[in-house]
Every structure is written in structure tokens, then in C-alpha cells.
Design a protein around this ligand. Sequence first.
Ligand code: ZN
Length: 160
Amino acid sequence: MPRRCTVCDHPQRHDIDATLVTGAPYRSVAKRFGLSESAVYRHKTEHLPAHLLKAKEVEVVAQADDLLEQVRNLQTHALDILERAEKSGDLRSALAAISQARGNLELLGKLAGELDERPVVNLNVSPEWLELRAVIVGALGPHPAAHRAVLSALEGAGNG
Ligand SMILES: [Zn+2]
């Protein structure tokens, strides 16, 4: 009998997935939900992407949409921090915010790709996404390297 994943079987699996998507450390997630660190790690690397892939199923779609929403919120925060860091001349924080924003975009791209059979969440045609994309690209204008990196990540997301 194959060994069950204690995270997949966990009654709060959705909360755990949502926490993992934010990039929370395995140790703190494990502690918070009473799991082993290795189970959390294995779940995130092996099962979480598959859960997102199963998004065609109605119940999971709702969860994936929720995750999408959370990533969008994170992105708003990252861009806000970037703007503030830029104004105060804190280049270190600005770079960290750019890096976080880029990670969020990659995740948004993946989620969009996995959900693109559902027109309602097809980010490539969603007005909110086009608006967000314009904001992101605009905000990175003063950072040519980040601007290029994000544009290429966006292209990849659009084509994938
Ligand atoms: Zn699992």
C-alpha cells in the first residue's frame, strides 16, 4: 500500500497549500499545522503542482482561484514595497521586491496556464491582468534589467 501524504490527508490542506504558496518556510508551516518538515517539503514539491493541475475539477478550481487571488495580493504588496523602497533610495529592498514580484509573476503565469481551459480565469485576456501587467511593466521602467527579465517571464507565461 503506498504511503499516504500527511499533508494531502490533512483537514486543513487548503490552508496549508495557501500558506506554502506565499513562500512560508517549511519549518514554520510544519509547526503551525502539526506536520513534519519533510512531509511539508515533499508535499510542496511533489503534490502542490498536481493539485493546481487538477483545477478542472470544480472544487479544486475554487481553491486555485483563491490561490490566484492570494498571489495577486502578494504582487500588489511587492510592487508597493518596490515603490516605497525606490522613493527612499533603498536599493537593497527594491531589488528584493523586484525579485519577489518576478516570482509572483512566474507563479501567476503557471496558474494561468494550468487554468486556461476556463475562460473566466484566462489571465491573458482578463482586463484585470492586462491592467496589472501594464502597471508592473510601467513600475519597472526605471530598472532596465528587471524590466527585461519580467518581460521575458511574461512572454514565457503567455506562450506556455
Ligand atoms: Zn501531499
